[in-house]
Each structure stands twice: as C-alpha cells, then as structure tokens.
Design a protein around this ligand. Structure first.
Ligand code: AP5
Ligand code: MG
Length: 219
C-alpha cells in the first residue's frame, strides 16, 4: 500500500476519535491526536503538561509553537513509516504550513493524502460531549449512542471509563468558540483541494465509517 497520510478535522465531539480508531487498526498506521498527546503530557506531569493543563480544561487552544514541537517529535517515531492519521491538526491558520509541508512530502514521494472534515452542528456537539465516556487506552463510548457492553467499563481493556476534564459545560462553550475561530481559515484553505472530503457527521457511526472507507478504497 502507498504511504498514507490522513487528516481528520471537525468540531469537538464530531467523532474524529471514533472514526480514526477503526481506520488505524485496519490500515495498521497510528492515529496521532494532538489532544491525546497533550493529555499524556498532563498525566506524566511534564513541563509541557504543566503549561497546557489549565488552558485545556478551560477549552482554549494551545500555542502553535508547543503544538508543533510535540507533533514533530511524534512524527519522527518509526511507526509512522507506512503512514499516519492526524486527529485535530491543523486547527488554526498558523498550523497550515507544517501540515502542508508533510502533505507535500507524502505526495512528492508517491504517497496518498486524505483530508476529512466531519461536519456537525453545535447542538449535536453538546449532546455528544455530555454523554461521552473515555478510556485511557484511547477508546471512546457514549452513554446513549455507543454504550459499552458493561456500564462504565471499557470493552477493550476493561478499565473504568472517565469523563474528560474539558468535557464540562463551560469548557465546551469555549472549545466551540475557539474551534470556529481557528478552523475557518483551515477549512478555507483545504476545501477546494482534490484530497478534501466533507463528511456529514450527523449520521450513525457505522454509516460514516462506511462512507470514509469507500472514499479510501476508491482512490
Ligand atoms: P482534542 O482531544 O482533539 O479534542 P476535540 O477536538 O475537542 O475533540 P474531541 O476529542 O472532544 O472529539 P472527537 O471529535 O474526537 O469526538 P469523539 O470521537 O470522541 O483536543 C483537546 C484540546 O487539546 C483542545 O481543546 C486544545 O486545548 C488542545 N489541542 C489539541 N489539538 C490542538 C491543536 N492542533 N492546536 C492547539 N491546541 C490543540 O466522539 C464524541 C462522542 O460522541 C463519543 O461519546 C462518541 O461515542 C460519540 N459519537 C461519535 N460519533 C457519533 C455519531 N456519528 N453518532 C452518535 N454519537 C457519536
Ligand atoms: Mg478526540
């Protein structure tokens, strides 16, 4: 298979994590979520973790310097050799350059690129985020739309599920505001590219997954 780079854009709770997980398994390439990388730093109590924790819990975006530093380091890992899936990057105008640098590198070397934008309304975001239950292993569930087999327990690793620190009502308002402001120029930049696909995210998880797979298989 050609080296594959995918980017998943979309508001908080649009389903980026939900859709990237099975793709990663199927294609055997890692998902690199900048949000998850930051949560790891917070958990480990590193300097970066200390710098970003409060901002994340308030629903604010992190500076591009720090975001690029952490992403660049992650992309050096040998598991990205066959490709990778970026979840939640680029998220604002000054992140487009670094994303594009990677896109061009893949295309110039004969690889393939897909940019998906999962489109959902703000009211859907609220419903999805309040019901979300997350596991440290990266798997997400929803109390109503995607419940675990056993309430409060991860289907995969059987650890207790938690609610993320930035899933409070106040933080979600701020996250949406920051998302719309940052994402506007990103969407304007990508929307006319031949590798860009807008996905209607207001449908069932399975239906969306099938559409994404069909797009990938067609190319
Ligand atoms: P990040 O972790 O990326 O959070 P986010 O973008 O707010 O997105 P979420 O992870 O909340 O949602 P998701 O789209 O993955 O949805 P999910 O699949 O879980 O970032 C966190 C923070 O890190 C940011 O706020 C910022 O501070 C910082 N950060 C990260 N990247 C950055 C960057 N590039 N620059 C600067 N700062 C950055 O689904 C949500 C729920 O809905 C789940 O319960 C799921 O089961 C359910 N669900 C999913 N799909 C469906 C469906 N189709 N129907 C019904 N339910 C569904
Ligand atoms: Mg996510």
């Amino acid at each position: 298979m050609k080296k594959t780079m995918m980017i998943f854009l979309g508001p908080p709770g649009s389903g980026k994590g939900t859709q990237t997980a099975p793709l990663s398994e199927k294609l055997d390439i890692p998902v690199i979520s900048t949000g998850a990388l930051f949560r790891e730093e917070v958990e480990k109590g590193t300097n970066i973790g200390k710098l970003v924790e409060e901002k994340m819990n308030n629903g604010e975006l992190i500076s591009t310097d720090i975001t690029n530093e952490i992403l660049e380091k992650r992309l050096e890992s040998p598991d990205t050799e066959k490709g990778f899936i970026l979840d939640g990057y680029p998220r604002k105008e000054d992140q487009i350059d670094y994303a594009l640098k990677n896109i061009n590198k893949i295309i110039d070397n004969g690889g393939q690129v897909f940019v998906f934008y999962i489109d959902v309304s703000d009211s859907t975001v609220n419903e999805r985020i309040t019901g979300r239950r997350s596991c440290d292993c990266g798997k997400n569930f929803h109390t109503k739309f995607n419940p675990p087999k056993e309430s409060g327990i991860c289907d995969d690793c059987h650890s207790p599920l938690i609610q993320r620190g930035d899933d409070s009502e106040e933080a979600v308002v701020k996250r949406l505001e920051e998302f719309h402001k940052g994402n506007k120029p990103v969407l304007e930049f990508f929307q006319d590219k031949k590798y860009f696909y807008r996905i209607d995210g207001e449908r069932d998880i399975e239906e969306i997954r099938e559409e994404i797979e069909a797009i990938i298989n067609k190319d």
